[in-house]
Write a protein that binds this ligand. Sequence first.
Ligand SMILES: [Zn+2]
Length: 311
Amino acid sequence: MSPVVVDLHCDTLLDIQSGTRRLAERSARGHVDLPRLREGGVGVQVFAAYVAPRLAPRGPQRARELIEAFRASVEASPEAVVHATTVASIEEACGAGKVAAVLSVENGDALGGRLEALDDLYRQGVRMLGLTWNPSNPLGDGVLGRQHGGLTDLGRAVVRRMEELGMVIDASHLSEASFWDLMDVARGPVVASHSNAWALHPHPRNLTDAQLRAIAQRGGVVGVNFYPGFLGAASLDRVLDHIEYMATVMGADHVALGSDYDGIPQAPAGLEDASKLPNLSAGLRARGHAPEHIHKILGGNALRVFRQVWA
Ligand SMILES: [Zn+2]
């Protein structure tokens, strides 16, 4: 079986839920749909149900709307996509030439301040949660938040419960104080599903070398984000630079992909949408990386974390 490509983050559900386009139809708009995932050789796509902070007052309801749109899209195309909640179902889907769609929630406002809401999300098949978006929420501070000085008691309880349930904890968007609080509380691997290297481009959404190392030490991964504003340039070469830098700091076992497609207003030249993903592996090959390293970065590392956390 050829190596499985895993993308840890896209915001495509926003367009699907609003009815702008359908997951099953190749569109000239946006970045991700089933035909383009197939063209790009993407085996596993994590779909984020993103609760915008302005919708926090009805966060749980908003999450339900997006999850319902996800469920309806998957049910509409059983020949092409599977809602995967285990690594076994990912392997089965990929073996059958289908896309394995993993459901994630971005922004703990989806919980409406209730720890029990996490169990509801799990029962609906959510297997990853980003604790915050950019502002503060009841779980803690995001990169632009200064309300709590890190994670709250609820945020810590959510982290512990996620580890009990077997959900991947996503550190992307956390403030630095929240990040280190998370590292204190979490016992297992943590991911940053769509973040880049601060050393290459000092943006608050990017991770310092110390943060990258902390994620690697726990066996986690960081998914490189394709947003030019986080990369520092709008090119495939710049994506490769961030991948190589993170692999140097963390080791090749801890780098993954987190395109942020359909959440970013502009994609790099050469990675215009999901169908262009083969350019990334070609670029890594051209830079002399060993095939086994490339396979890990494109998906093997992310699958390792799924296997460990979801077990
Ligand atoms: Zn995001």
